[in-house]
Structure formats: C-alpha cells, structure tokens
Design a protein around this ligand. Structure first.
Ligand code: XUL
Ligand code: CO
Length: 440
C-alpha cells in the first residue's frame, strides 16, 4: 500500500547529540524513569482531528495543508484514507494511542441514521488496523459544537430537540469508544456556555448539562464501559463564557450534581492559561481534590488571547506537569493527548512529524527533569519544612480538630506578637529548578 507520509521514516531514539530532525533526542521509549518505561509514563496519544483533519484554515484564510490523502472529494473515501494515514503515522512515531471525536472519523449524513451508518463503516476499518498494530484508543468524544444546530449549545441548548439530537450523537460516540476498548470518554463543553445572560437561564442550562452527563454515565455503564468520564475545562472560546471554566468550577459542578464518582478532569495546557492559571495549577488542583484524569498536551502563546493549540516545546512547563503526574503515581486510564496542530505556515505533511517529535521530546525531557526533582528532594523537603509547625503543639491541635476559636484566642493572647515566620525563598527555589534542569 502507498505511504501517505512518504518522507517520514521510522522515528528512533538517537540521544541528545543527534542532529537528525527525524530522531528522538530525549524520548527513549523503553528506558525506565521513575519506576516505569517512558512509554508507560507518558502514554502519548495522537489527536485524530488536528493530525488528520486540520488544514491550516484560520479566520482570515483558507487551508494551506493538503490533507486529502490522495482522495478526490468523496468524504467516505477520505475517512478511510485518514484511517490508513493515521495508523501509518502512529506506527512511524511509535505512538500507542489515539483520541477522536465522532465527526473526525466519519462524515455526518443527511440524517442521524446515515451518520450512524458512516460511523459503523469507519469503525470496522479502524478495528482492523487496531488489531494489526496493537494501537489503542485512549478516549473518544462527540463533536456537539461545529454543526449549525448547536449554535446555542448542546446539553445547554434552550431547544429540547437540540438536546435530544446531541444525546443521539453522544450515545453513538460512546458505542464507538466501547467498541475500540477506549479507557476514557471526554466532554469538552464547546458551546456549553453563553454569550449574554440577557437571554440565558443559567440554572436551567446547568441542570440540563448535568442531566445529559448523568444519562451518558448510565448508558455507558450498562453497555460495559469501565473507563473514566472526563470534563475538559476551558473558560471561553467559542462561547464568551464556558460553564466548565477551570478545574475549580468544574469540580464544584461535579460535586453539586453527584457526578464526582464517574468523572475526572482532562486538563489542557492552553485552556489553563486562557483561564488565567498555570498548567501546573490546574493539574495540582485536580490532583489534590482527587480529580486528576488525563491531559491534553499543547501550549498557548502568552502574547495571544486565544487557543493556539501549539505543540509543546516549553520544557519548564512540561517538567512541572510531569512533576504533578509523578506525584499522582502516574496515569491510570488517562494519558498525554497531543491536542495540538502545526502552524499554518508549516504546510508540509512532514512538519507534523517534526511537531510530534518535538512535543514528545519536550515531555520526555519534562519527565526526566521531574523525576530528578523528586529524587533530588530539595523542593519537596523545603515545602514539608515550611508547614512543619502543623506537626506539633498548637499546629497539631489545629490539624487534629482539637483546637477551637476560643482555645486559639487564648493561645494568641499569651503568645504576644508572631516571631516565627520564615522566608519563602522563592528565588533560591527557582535557582534549584534551573540547576536540576540544566545538569541533565
Ligand atoms: C477545544 C479542545 C477540544 C477537546 C475535545 O479547545 O480542546 O479539541 O479536546 O473536544
Ligand atoms: Co483539548
């Protein structure tokens, strides 16, 4: 069979002194870091939509990248070619997982029934490739935001027919995920938000969104889905305000609607920065509240206010991300999905391979640094020491619940002024990070 990525060879690890752009410099799949092989720690996934679909179109111009994969405009032929191209790409890069939206796999039909038929055909094609290659599905999702019917949202639409259509689409996307043996199902609330409160019943919309999430869980558990559901927070874009704004607001929503035992979070780096948080903040918040799940690996441009979905190249960010992943004990059902696309000017198919190599190497470096950071212990010891006053005396009484406002007031009256504050040592700690990063 003809190759789609003919310029791209099998990508191997050649080490940091290699200058071959088609080689990994830091990602050595079988090397053990932090007790597991790098491939197990990192669990890289290919995003079907960006990798096989995004053609460089932006608000000011049409596509620059030819992703017809040798087909002539017939959408089912294209969908099949994308399967072949996708599996060729994943094999060449050594990527073990893929993630998809229903609409990325097969074209929508004139009716929902026709869409189902198209999806069934492509499902069979994918299952054959999965069996041949051993490549697995990390998670599936449903695109309930592109079609004009979703102009006001899907689960939060003011129109019950739209809600029902979305439910029909999601049911099938769950079927596909289960057929592929996927370990996750994502809800990213693309248009689940509002443009103005003047026309919005916020309470009704949130109650309805929860109804849809509850229905999805009930259906999936009955047909044997044992993986995790994820909500992927994002504060805005395309809507002015998205309900799943960030990790904190999403966790509050999940707890309020008793969805917390089935759902975790899929944290995306660029969404974190759009919400005014660091990537690490979102991961820490999810992790320490028991909602760490999966990661959409990308990065934004700090000078731009939108979701640029760039391939990760910022090692500082990936190091802090992998620090949180290692502290969690690694991924269970989740992994690192490259929700990232090449820039519009990088219009050759081999640019996608270069982009994945850099993204994978950036996370490999992040893992190596995070492991060192933990082995080194200076940062963790500092933090532990900083809170040591809660391990004895009055601090231990506060933590154990023994202290009351009254007993603390008595303590404070006797103590006089506080003379025990210690420096936060931020600059020294930043120096430690640099020292660990650049001694690799
Ligand atoms: C959009 C985004 C989506 C989700 C899946 O910003 O991140 O691609 O990851 O719907
Ligand atoms: Co994403």
């Amino acid at each position: 069979m003809s190759e789609f990525f003919a310029d791209v060879p099998q990508i191997k690890y050649e080490g940091k002194s290699s200058t071959n752009p088609f080689a990994f410099k830091y990602y050595n799949p079988e090397e053990i870091i932090g007790g597991k092989s790098m491939r197990e720690q990192l669990k890289f996934a290919m995003s079907w939509w960006h990798t096989l679909g995004a053609d460089g179109t932006d608000m000011f111009g049409s596509g620059t990248v030819d992703k017809s994969f040798g087909t002539d405009g017939d959408l089912m032929k294209l969908a099949k070619a994308k399967v072949a191209a996708g599996f060729e790409f994943m094999q060449k890069l050594g990527i073990d997982y893929f993630c998809f939206h229903d609409a990325d796999l097969a074209p929508g039909g004139r009716t929902l029934a026709e869409t189902y038929e198209n999806e069934e055909i492509i499902k069979e094609t994918i299952l054959v490739e999965m069996k041949k290659t051993g490549i697995k599905n990390l998670w599936g999702t449903s695109n309930c935001f592109t079609h004009p019917r979703y102009m006001h949202g899907a689960g939060t639409a003011p129109n019950a027919d739209v809600f029902a259509y979305a439910a029909g689409q999601i049911k099938k996307a769950i079927d596909l995920t289960v057929a592929f043996g996927g370990t996750g199902y994502v809800f990213w609330g693309g248009r689940e938000g509002y443009e103005t409160l003047l026309n919005t019943d916020m309470e009704m919309e949130l109650d309805n969104m929860a109804r849809l999430h509850r229905m999805a869980v009930e259906y999936a558990r009955v047909i044997g889905f044992r993986g995790d559901f994820y909500i992927e927070p994002k504060p805005k874009e395309p809507t002015k305000h998205q309900y799943d704004f960030d990790a904190a607001s999403t966790i509050a929503y999940l707890c309020k609607y008793h969805l917390d035992s089935d759902f975790r979070l899929n944290i995306e780096a660029n969404h974190a920065t759009l919400a005014g948080h660091t990537f690490q903040h979102e991961l820490r918040y999810a992790r320490t509240n028991g909602f760490f799940g999966s990661i959409d690996a990308n990065q934004g441009d700090m000078l731009l206010g939108w979701d640029t979905d760039q391939f990760p190249s910022n090692v500082y960010e990936t190091a802090m991300c992998m620090y949180e992943v290692l502290k969690e004990g690694g991924f269970t059902n989740g992994g690192l999905n490259f929700d990232a696309k090449t820039r519009r000017g990088s219009f050759e198919l081999k640019d996608i391979a270069y982009a994945y190599i850099v993204g994978m190497d950036t996370f490999a470096l992040g893992l190596r640094i995070a492991d060192r950071l933990i082995q080194d212990g200076r940062i963790d010891q500092f933090v532990q020491h900083r809170y040591a006053s809660y391990q004895r005396g009055i601090g231990a009484e506060i933590v154990s619940g023994q202290a009351t406002l009254k007993t603390l007031a008595e303590y404070a009256l006797q103590m006089g002024e506080v003379h025990t504050n210690q420096s936060g040592r931020q600059e020294e700690l930043e120096g430690i990070i640099n020292n660990i990063m650049f001694s690799l």
